[in-house]
Design a protein. Sequence first.
Length: 155
Amino acid sequence: MDITALNPPPSPGEVFRYFQTLPLPQLATQQQPPGNGLVGLPVVFHTDGPTTQTFSVDIRGFDVDIVATASSFTWHTGDGTVLTSTDPGAPYPDHAVSHSYRSGTYIAALTTTWSGTFSVDGGASADVPGTTTTDGPPVTFAVLQANAVLTDPYD
């Protein structure tokens, strides 16, 4: 007797519900220069957290492998500007995400959008029909105004 109809493989929608509950990393915002920035010089943002995670879950007795991939990075700069990229950024000189500020104190944070693929019992891979997000811890930094001061070298 074939009981497959009584327990069909997980649907994409069912996998998506599991996908939304996975313990995906909350990628931290890294900025350069570390500490304070300077007016007129861009602050470089990047993250060095893992951008791919693999999970094996049991859904109603089926072995489901889910591969979550960071597909979009949304940088909240703290001054109302939002920068979105498909790149996790990189430190200087290879930077891809940067922002210039006025003097002040800012709180920046990163929201990562995750997409995924899944396979059931080692079968063909399919896309998870939706995305989920994680919010990384915020980072606070000051941007200072540097002023040149002329001095007499003979004083």
